[in-house]
Design a protein around this ligand. Structure first.
Ligand code: GDP
Length: 296
């Protein structure tokens, strides 16, 4: 596997030429490069530390120390560890519930919740032939309710009206009732986000979770959020039993280290990646490919 990290490690190994074989001190130098690569990719520091500790254990065996190409051997270990950390879990949406299967969308404002709600609606309508209803509980931003209406129509799903005068819980209950009466397969609930973590907001989404009993509670997070993703992830994990992650804006420049941070902090599988503003810009998350991107 060719990567910027492989190049750096190869250079390091060249400097060691002349030695009979590489030593643990050399491995230490190489691990320092791995650490830098992860930090450059915006993996959060505590997550990097844990990750390096795991890699270190594996790197001290013969696979690296006894290898003719120790740099490549180490990148191999790093790559496998990245894939193992990011990749465990079920990829597709879980709908194994008495219909309507409720999917609750959580995340900060601007993370891409509304867009992702519509992308998922389109995915479920077109690929899984489901009858899908969407509803917005974002009573603080009337424009967000209108936005969901527009994108839901584009997605070929049905939209349930809500107004800023209503309480999010009442909206959710009314939508659930409607979905049951109209034999909907799926109810996608978009929620209010704030620019930063906010206790009132967290309580609101906890109440929504308790009332709706969703089969999926998806944490939507912007790949560009970088180091700070870890704090957001921690707050949402503490508030809600997350069942999956959607990593958005992977079409941007971000190296996507947020994936590793968020996966490690929440323990929830990364199910989808957002790769454009368009409603078809949703892909099943590919840990293998993403590991390559993180390594640069
Ligand atoms: P919300 O506040 O969490 O509901 O976020 P929105 O769904 O309104 O998205 C915020 C902005 O990010 C909008 O301009 C979206 O078009 C954009 N966006 C969402 N997902 C993606 C993505 O995967 N790629 C890109 N490039 N833009 C996205």
């Amino acid at each position: 596997m060719a990567s910027a990290l492989t190049d750096k490690l190869t250079r390091l190994v060249k400097q060691m030429r002349g030695q009979a074989r590489i030593t643990e001190a050399n491995v230490q130098d190489m691990l320092r490069e791995v650490r830098m690569a992860l930090l450059e990719a915006d993996v959060a520091l505590p997550v990097v530390r844990d990750f390096i500790a795991r890699v270190k254990e594996k790197a001290q065996g013969q696979e690296v120390l006894g290898s003719l190409k120790p740099g490549q051997a180490l990148v191999g270990i790093v790559n496998r560890e990245l894939v193992a950390t990011m990749g465990a879990g079920v990829a597709d949406i879980n709908l194994a519930a008495q219909p309507p299967a409720v999917i609750l969308m959580a995340g900060l404002q601007g993370a891409g919740k509304t867009t992702t709600t519509a992308k998922l609606a389109k995915h479920l309508v077109e690929k899984r032939k489901k009858k899908v209803l969407t509803v917005s509980g974002d009573v603080y931003r009337p424009a967000a309710i209108e936005q969901l209406k527009t994108v839901t129509q584009q997605a070929g799903a049905e939209w349930f009206p809500s107004t800023p005068e209503q309480k999010p819980l009442d909206i959710a209950r009314a939508a659930l009732d409607y979905a049951k009466k109209h034999y909907m397969d799926v109810l996608l609930v978009d929620t209010a986000g704030r620019l930063a973590i906010d206790e009132v907001l967290m309580q609101e989404i906890r109440d929504l979770h308790a009332a709706l009993n969703p089969v999926e509670t998806l944490f939507v997070v912007d790949a560009m959020q970088g180091q700070d993703a870890i704090n957001t992830a921690r707050a949402f994990k503490e508030a809600l039993p997350l069942t999956g992650i959607v990593l958005t804006k992977l079409d941007g420049d971000a190296r996507g280290g947020a994936a590793l941070s968020v996966r490690q902090i929440t323990g929830a599988p990364i199910k989808f990646a957002g790769v454009s503003e368009r409603l078809d810009g949703l892909e099943v998350f590919d840990a293998e490919r993403h590991a390559g991107r993180i390594l640069g």
